[in-house]
Each structure stands twice: as C-alpha cells, then as structure tokens.
Design a binder for this molecule. Structure first.
Ligand code: ADP
Ligand code: MG
Ligand code: MG
Ligand code: K
Length: 339
C-alpha cells in the first residue's frame, strides 16, 4: 500500500518562498508507486489552504492569504501516515507545528518540539552546546525589555565582545535582521532592527577574520550519520539574505577542501550537537573555520534546512551516494521509527 504523506509548505516566515520551492522538489521526486503526497500550503498569514488553492500557490510560488486556522482533515491521524513539515523559520521549524502534530498523533519528519524549539533559538542552542564542550564564538543575550529600559547595559555588553560583532534576532533564519557591526556608532540601529523582529537578541563576537563556512548533513534518529562536509564560498562580507538567495552569489563545494582532521572533527561535532539538542530525522549543522589559526566553531543547527534538489543538504547526501528520492524516502521511514 502507498504511504500517504501530507506535505506542509509555505508558512509565515521570511522563508515562505524557499519552502515552496523545496516542496516542489519533494513532489517531483517522491516515487508515485510508493507514496501519495498531498501538499497543503500555509499562507504568509499562517492559514492552511485547501487542496486547489495549495496547488495554485505551489505553481505561483507564494500564498499571501486565505485558508483556515488549520485544516482539520489535514491534522488528523486517520488521514495520513506521515506529515512532512517542510517549513523554515518561526511557526514551522520552531516546535509550534511539531506540537500540533504531536497532539494530533501523526508521525512527522524531523525533530520534535524540544529539538526544534531549542535549535530555533540561537541563545538556547548555544547554552546547550556550551554545556557539552562544543566550541562556539563568544556571545551575549539581550532582551527587548532590557533594550527599552537599560540600553546602556546592552551597549556595554556588546562592546565588550569587540568589533566587528554580529547582532542577530535569536529566532530567525535566512540572515533576516542580522547586522555585522563595525563600530560603536552602528550598534544602536543594529539592535533596533534585531529587536523589531524578536524579543531576544544574540550578540556575537566575530571570528578572527572572515571565516570559511562549512556545512554538514546529519541523518537518522538515535544513531545518526554525518554526510561529507561541504563549503559555501561567496565574495560578500557575510552570508546575508541577498547572497543566500541570488543565483550566482555563492557556490557550493562538496567535499570541502579542508584537512582531513578538520572534516572529521566537523562531522563528530555535528553528531554531538544533534544528540545534545535532541534532534531527529535530519539537521544541517553549520560551522566557521578560520584557516590561519585552525579555529573551528559550531555556528548553528538547522532542523529543517533548505530542501530543493540543488540545496546544500540533499547535495551533501548525494555526495554520499543517496539520491534525492532515497533521501526523502529515508526521512519518511525515520518519522515512523520507534525511538
Ligand atoms: P541564519 O540562521 O539566519 O542563517 P547565522 O547565525 O547562520 O544566521 O548567520 C548568518 C551568516 O552571518 C553566517 O552564515 C555568516 O556568514 C555570518 N556570521 C554570523 N555570525 C558570525 C560570526 N560570529 N562570525 C563571523 N560570521 C558570522
Ligand atoms: Mg539558521
Ligand atoms: Mg545560518
Ligand atoms: K537554527
């Protein structure tokens, strides 16, 4: 019998369109003799669209509005064997949808509530990883009430990290709201921007010099595997939104041209992080590598990485011999595996 899969895509975050192109890739790749896939698109306003409107949104590439708070027939264990929440960012990758599916009793692809929520919050994730000795850049937390009431304290804490430093909303992705701050005079506007997007903001020391950016895929549940290591190269000062989503601005190199010990350490740290953060199914773990000094830092764990046929995560597994269809099939299996 065919496995019935509900593919959730779109969503409220800045990565709505990216999610829809990932969904188109999954729909195109899943073997039709083994799976019947129903796409449900979540609009930018967070409403679930019925079948025809979902199909339309997949074709047009975005859904601004329409739909219902949630489609009851979609979130019912009787209707589907597995849900694939192919959603990025807040209200999708952060444990909210995972909580709904857990309540509904439907197995789903990827991390559960805890892993999703902790990986979405850069400060929580750093705290957990620090407790198991994973190397990371120096960082500080600042909250919106603190920025309102005692801005000077926030400025002092940031300044102590040295310049340049990074200011980031704690719970976003795609580099949205992130600033590289070169001097004290630019700090205030960077903090205003980050706090306009999140109550929690992370202040991060920059690596010494522009780092090389290495990424590795993790696949599995309790005994996960690590993929070969990939590298992203680009000319921009950092991997900002424009560089991420403009064709030709960045290139992928798999395997990364790094010493064998570095690649081994990246893969080992990725598995450590995946387990410490209670991830499941899949994650893409991103690192900074400073070649001159040999420093290696874990940057972040993404529990629902970009998933088009040309995205880093599927490409990393392709280098390990997994076709895109094999990979999706494996993820669906992992969703129903007992843990
Ligand atoms: P997102 O979740 O939005 O991808 P990241 O934390 O990965 O946010 O930051 C986006 C990019 O900003 C990174 O890929 C890197 O290019 C740059 N960056 C972020 N933090 C640092 C840092 N501490 N040192 C150097 N570069 C950084
Ligand atoms: Mg991220
Ligand atoms: Mg990132
Ligand atoms: K993340």
């Amino acid at each position: 019998v065919k496995k019935r899969i509900l593919l959730l895509a779109g969503g409220q975050s800045g990565e709505h369109e990216v999610s829809l192109s990932s969904a188109r890739s999954v729909l195109g790749a899943l073997p039709q003799d083994r799976f019947s896939v129903t796409p449900v698109v979540i609009s930018k306003q967070g409403r679930w669209l019925p079948a025809s409107a979902s199909q339309q949104a997949l074709e047009s590439g975005a859904a601004e509005e329409g739909g219902e708070l949630m489609l009851h027939e979609a979130a019912r264990a009787e209707g589907y064997d597995v849900v694939f929440p192919l959603l990025h960012g807040p209200m999708g990758e952060d444990g909210t949808v995972q909580g709904l599916l857990t309540l509904a009793g439907i197995p789903f692809v990827g991390s559960g509530v805890l892993g999703s929520a902790v990986c979405m919050d850069k400060i929580m994730a750093k705290a957990v990883l620090a407790s198991c000795g994973v190397p990371q850049v120096a960082y500080q937390l600042a909250t919106r009430p603190e920025w309102r009431e005692e801005p000077q304290r926030v400025i002092e804490r940031a300044t102590a990290l040295g310049f340049p430093l990074f200011v980031k909303p704690a719970n976003l992705g795609s580099s949205v709201g992130i600033s590289k701050v070169r001097a004290a005079g630019d700090l205030s506007s960077a903090l205003d921007l980050a706090f306009s997007l999140d109550r929690r903001v992370i202040l991060e020391a920059m690596t010494r010099g522009k780092p090389r950016e290495l990424e590795v895929g993790v696949l599995g549940n309790d005994t996960p595997l690590a993929s070969p290591v990939g590298e992203l190269r680009f000319d921009a000062e950092f991997y900002d939104y424009h560089t991420k989503y403009t064709e030709g601005e960045a290139s992928m190199h798999i395997p990364a041209d790094v010493p064998r010990e570095v690649a081994a350490r990246v893969r080992e740290l990725a598995i450590t992080a995946f387990q410490a953060l209670d991830c499941a199914g899949l994650a893409r773990v991103d690192f900074f590598y400073v070649e001159e000094s040999g420093e290696l830092y874990l940057n972040e764990v993404n529990t629902m990485p970009g998933f088009t046929t040309t995205s880093m995560y599927p490409k990393l597994w392709e280098a390990a011999g997994w076709s895109y269809a094999d990979l999706v099939t494996r993820l669906v299996e992992l969703a129903t595996e007992e843990r």
